[in-house]
Design a protein around this ligand. Structure first.
Ligand SMILES: *Cc1c(COP(=O)(O)O)cnc(C)c1O
Length: 472
């Protein structure tokens, strides 16, 4: 006779247990059964026999909660990098987020013209605004700026040469490298000049019958200083015109307004590039613009029409949610007097140091009482704009700084909070830059510290991804 070696309860008996009822209501029979099976077989494999049924159900409840929890969650960005690519870049104005959510929930006029009752074009919602804000003749939008650059190159110079200065062959965050994008776009990169100096004659010498376009790439996340020379857009556009080829300018961040009004360093605007003679300009929606991820393309009507006829345009197009958000953000630029209040990216960048310091002082109290044995201070620091914008100019800010050993334990505890807190460790200290912690969020930040007192100093962080669900 075969002996039953498993004293574990059966799945059926666990499904009938009163503690399971709440799980069945919340997650459904299929998922609960599967997880109970997995829990039982994990115990069998670990030879963890016995144990009350309640314990097994609790374990299954934890697994279920983790499985159903959202992976992408809001965090507190205290890294000191405002437009942090890994943390989702620019936060949207709430009106833009609302518009996106509403569009995603319902049928919309995405490609429908209410006046005629006929088919419309999804670009119609933003093209006029982009033209007004940049002075361009025409405009279109795609998935992101990398897509914009690829599409423009592929449209204007497929199979042809595109001279680019060696000082502009940049890499952004590893994934976007100008030479790689160019080759995938089907154009031939022709390097001109040197890393630190490129002259008009370098471009002129590189132009030949195979040239399809000239391209300039904004020196985004780096600076070349010292013995340098580059050809301004105004001069380069003259060279392009003489050669009968278009000039493409990839601005990267491309602010729509003059940032100097908030004492931020100047960032070239698409309007300036177009005025200087660029035929087509590309820039990101979620960098200094403060909108959703998007690639904005503005320029001559003939160029934009050619882009719209390129079959790749369809592959790179923007969805209705982001288009709705972008439209709202662009409309905000029609009233330049209220930009720094309405657009979070600009508000955070323009935030006065004294205001940031006041936040730092307030949250210092809760952090210091949480880790009373550590040296925790409020100190001035420098924030970065991020996303490749303006790399050398740092913004005066204030941070709560935590000293001592095993800072990774503290960082981990902070990452394990219901709304994770992401700081950075530098020169032996954990730095929590308070620039992006605005007063509206401060209460949430403080409240979750008040709740989390049961965790020991640098102890085990709460499991990530676990919602506030408790069985029974
Ligand atoms: C950021 C950037 C890109 C890539 O833009 P995404 O919107 O991230 O695709 C391309 N070129 C420059 C100069 C940039 O700064």
């Amino acid at each position: 006779m075969v002996q039953n070696v498993s004293p574990l309860p059966s799945v059926d008996s666990l499904l009938r247990a009163p503690e399971t009822e709440v799980l069945l209501t919340r997650f459904g029979r299929t998922a609960v059964t599967a997880v109970l099976r997995e829990t039982l077989s994990a115990r069998r494999a670990a030879r963890a026999f016995g144990g009350p049924a309640g314990e097994i159900i609790e374990q299954a409840a934890d697994h279920l909660a983790a499985r159903f929890a959202r992976s992408q969650r809001p965090v507190f960005n205290m890294t000191g990098t405002v437009l942090h690519t890994n943390l989702g870049r620019s936060p949207l104005p709430w009106e833009a987020a609302e518009a996106a959510a509403e569009a995603l929930r319902s049928a919309t006029t995405l490609e429908f013209d209410l006046a005629t009752g006929h088919r419309g074009d999804r670009d119609d919602h933003v093209e006029g605004l982009l033209c007004q804000l940049t002075g361009a003749e025409a405009a279109t939008v795609v998935n992101n700026n990398a897509a914009a650059v690829m599409l423009v190159l592929n449209t204007l110079a497929l199979g042809k040469e595109v001279p680019v200065s060696r000082g502009e062959l940049i890499e952004i965050g590893g994934a976007f490298r100008v030479p790689d994008i160019m080759s995938r776009a089907g154009v031939i990169l022709k390097e001109v000049g040197t890393t630190n100096r490129t002259h008009p004659r370098d471009y002129v010498g590189a132009i030949g019958p195979q040239t399809g376009a000239l391209m300039r790439v904004h020196q985004a996340n780096y600076a070349i200083v010292g013995f340098t020379a580059m050809v301004p857009t105004g001069i380069l556009s003259g060279i392009a015109r003489d050669a009968g080829v278009p000039l493409i300018e990839d601005l990267g961040s491309g602010s729509l307004v003059d940032l100097e009004q908030w004492n931020l360093p100047h960032e070239p605007t698409p309007r300036e590039s177009l005025q200087a003679g660029a035929d087509v300009v590309t820039f990101s929606g979620d960098k200094l613009l403060g909108g959703p991820q998007a690639g904005l393309i503005v320029g001559h009507k003939s160029v934009i029409s050619a882009i719209n006829r390129n079959p790749l345009k369809r592959a790179l197009r923007l969805d209705k949610g982001r288009l709705a958000a972008l439209e709202v953000v662009l409309r905000m630029y029609l009233d330049p007097d209220h930009l720094a209040e309405r657009i979070p990216a600009l508000r955070l960048l323009a935030r006065p140091e004294a205001d940031i310091r006041a936040t730092a002082e307030r949250i210092h109290t809760v952090i210091a009482s949480r880790w009373p044995d550590r040296e925790i201070t409020v100190e001035p620091c420098r924030s970065q704009i991020g996303s490749g914008a303006l790399p050398v100019d740092l913004l005066p800010s204030a941070a709560v700084m935590v000293g001592g050993k095993q800072l990774e334990n503290i960082a981990k505890t902070l990452r394990g909070l219901p709304r994770p807190v992401i700081g950075r460790v530098a020169r032996g200290r954990l730095i929590l830059d308070c620039r992006c912690l605005e007063s509206g969020d401060e209460a949430t930040f403080i409240a979750q510290f008040a709740q989390g007192k049961d965790t020991a100093d640098g102890g085990e962080a709460a499991p990530v991804g676990r919602p506030d669900f408790k069985p029974g």
